[in-house]
Design a protein around this ligand. Structure first.
Ligand code: ARG
Length: 414
């Protein structure tokens, strides 16, 4: 009798390769390997062949870079989603897409289970499992790394017994995940938050000290909050992100050292590299300063934080997210224009912005001739603006000739 099947998120590394025979033995299931290109810079066809050699009964490889950018990366950018103000969420954005595509494959191939290689203390297991649970509650979820409590030696022994090639090359001392929106690097010496990350933790970016002594400028075109052009030319998402990663990386832009609050209750230290993400977020936020009204801009910061939490916490497939996305779409309808960014020694600085929908009015702002601001109106405005505070001071704070009790710390220290 044919065995039932499981769709495994297969990266081609040792862990997920060992999983192929392990799942077969432990769960009596045939493995369909699933590999997806999110711009991590690996040859997915090669990985697909490796899966077949490792004993997978079927192996699927998919280029989902455009889907990733259009349906995950751009919405996150438009929303201004930056976890704890620092992390542009590359890894977190990839997970719900991978999980969704795995569900699609499971349906197409009639598989009864899904499996991934996440550990039991990270965020990624949550993002995978919650997505599976939401989109396909009938599928059984298998997470071998959460179950096998192997040392590395035991894992290698198992691999050798099953003729799985254990690469001789020295393994990275870090745990790394990457896609076109950024690279995440943790573990090893990074686990001491006092120690500066060694140069070896970085792969996409030049040390800012060694970056070129001349800055470079890029001009990014946005339409309704979405980047569509680079230096005067229309460009698709893949090419835009690749070029900005490359150029930003050369100038040392996009290094992030983050002690973050994980969903599972621990703090962890991660080093990110995300040149394109940093450049685009900076540029986008600056364009918003021209195109959004003051209350819209202020409220947007709350939405950005919510949006980042939704992504980080693995709740992409929620109605709340759909609702917030509608807000973002509407909020971005006039965020169209051009931003000029200077890349220099590790920093991306916006030095110019313009838009046909700009709310900035030179005629109102200028201190030179042509000023149309009504200076006389300011007087009446200020009287009313300060009226409440003035009334309170006279009735309460300054009553009976008292002075204003100056807020300050020293006088309260005994
Ligand atoms: N801490 C990041 C997150 O939860 C990245 C996780 C994956 N990192 C890694 N180095 N494997 O989104």
């Amino acid at each position: 009798m044919a065995r039932e099947r499981v769709v495994l998120a297969y990266s081609g590394g040792l862990d997920t390769s060992v999983m192929v025979p392990w799942i077969g033995e432990k769960y009596n299931l045939d493995v369909i390997a699933f590999t997806v290109d999110l711009g991590q810079g690996e040859d997915i066809e090669k990985i697909r062949h490796k899966a077949q050699k490792t004993g997978a009964v079927d192996a699927v490889a998919l280029d989902a870079r455009n889907l990733f950018i259009d349906c995950f990366v751009w919405p996150a950018l438009m929303a201004g989603a930056m976890y704890e103000g620092k992390y542009p969420l590359a890894t977190a954005l990839g997970r719900p897409l991978i999980a969704k595509l795995m569900v699609d494959v499971a349906r197409e191939k009639g598989a009864k289970a899904v499996a991934h290689g996440c550990t039991g203390k990270g965020n990624d297991q949550v993002r995978f499992d919650v997505t599976f649970q939401t989109l396909a509650p009938d599928l059984r979820i298998i997470a071998p790394v959460r179950e096998w409590k192997w040392t590395r030696d035991e894992e290698i022994k198992f691999a050798q017994k099953h003729d799985i090639p254990v690469e001789a090359k020295i393994e990275s001392p870090y745990s790394i995940d990457q896609n076109i929106f950024g690279r995440s690097c943790e573990a090893g010496v990074l686990e001491d938050p006092w120690d500066e990350p060694p140069e070896g933790a970085y792969a996409w970016t030049t040390d800012p000290l060694k970056a070129p002594n001349e800055p470079v400028y890029v001009e990014i075109d946005f339409e309704h909050g979405r980047p569509v052009g680079l230096d005067g030319k229309k460009i698709d998402g893949v090419a835009l992100l690749e070029q900005l990663n490359d150029l930003g990386g050369k100038h040392g832009v996009g290094r992030i050292d983050h002690v973050e609050n994980r969903l599972v209750g621990i703090k962890s230290r991660e080093v990110y590299e995300a040149p394109a993400a940093i450049i685009l977020h900076e540029a986008h936020r600056e364009l918003e300063t021209l195109c959004l009204s003051k209350p819209s801009q202020r409220f947007k910061t709350l939405v950005s934080q919510e949006y980042a939490d939704i992504i980080y916490n693995g709740l992409w497939f929620s109605a709340f997210h759909q609702d917030l996305f509608q807000f973002v779409l509407s909020n971005q309808r006039y965020v169209t224009g051009l931003v000029r960014v200077k890349l220099y020694k590790g920093k991306a600085t916006v030095v110019g912005r313009k838009s046909e929908y700009s709310l900035y009015s030179k005629k109102l702002a200028t201190y030179e001739s042509g000023d149309q601001f009504d200076h006389d109106a300011a007087k009446g405005f200020i009287r009313l603006h300060g009226l409440g505070q003035q009334t309170q001071a006279h009735v309460q704070l300054l009553k009976d000739g008292r002075g204003f009790d100056l807020p300050g710390l020293l006088r309260h220290e005994k």
